[in-house]
Design a protein around this ligand. Structure first.
Ligand SMILES: [Cu+2]
Length: 230
């Protein structure tokens, strides 16, 4: 796709999302739906496949998520036009719902091993680390040092997730390690490359924690009872 058509595609996405949002704001908007098929065909001037719904998405949701991953949330606004919501109302609820749908759709699922409670515990850990952990960041000459601290359930989550993530960072080529703190974990990531150090500083705690795409895969494994840690 040329850069011109890519930009045009993005502009089209903006138009669809804005239209969906505007339609959703109108009282009695159900009678005023724009013709979605026509609008979507205008969104792909490059002719690329723009109609690949995510696996496990609710039926009838004609999304463009496959080609527009980063805009998935924005694109969900278009659901207002179809009259059926796709948002489950809570992100962990939705993540579990998606996994259960995948397990349901898979005839090889061994329900004697399925452990949704384990996945739920991990999603609580993710919630604690993402929203409740305190992160105190210090720039070193060769990288960054982040004291991640908390209490109670937050502390438990920090001790499970941060050291486990160091393992994933190592697989991705980052030089990372952790040290135990009385009330948390110290995360140290270093690099000999100045641009990588600038990136680490910019990413900070949460930017470093979201590196990699292992969570989705691991969540399914946890639910299947095939994954002990994270
Ligand atoms: Cu996870």
């Amino acid at each position: 796709m040329s850069s011109w058509s890519w930009k045009a595609g993005l502009a089209g996405v903006g138009i669809v999302a804005a239209t969906a949002w505007a339609a959703a704001q109108m009282p009695g908007h159900q009678g005023m739906q724009p013709p979605m098929g026509e609008m979507q065909s205008r969104d792909g001037p490059g002719g690329g496949p723009m109609h690949s719904p995510r696996p496990g998405m609710a039926q009838g949701h004609q999304g463009m998520h496959g080609a527009m991953g980063p805009h998935a949330t924005m694109m969900d606004a278009e659901a207002g036009v179809t009259g059926q919501p796709t948002m489950s109302g809570q992100d962990a609820f939705g993540a579990i719902q998606e996994v259960v749908q995948i397990l349901d759709a898979d005839p090889t699922t061994d329900w004697s091993k399925v452990n949704i409670a384990a996945l739920r515990e991990h999603l609580i850990d993710m919630n604690e680390v993402t929203l409740h952990a305190a992160a105190s960041e210090r720039v070193l000459d060769d990288g960054v040092e982040i004291a991640v601290t908390g209490e109670g359930r937050t502390l438990e989550a920090i001790k499970r997730m941060v050291p486990a993530h160091v393992h994933e960072l190592g697989e991705m080529g980052w030089n990372a390690r952790t040290e135990e703190l009385p009330n948390g974990v110290k995360l140290v990531v270093i690099s000999a490359d100045a641009s990588q150090r600038a990136k680490l500083k910019a990413l900070g705690f949460m930017g470093i924690m979201v590196q990699g795409a292992h969570h989705q895969r691991h969540h399914l494994m946890m639910a299947k009872g095939e994954f002990a840690g994270h």
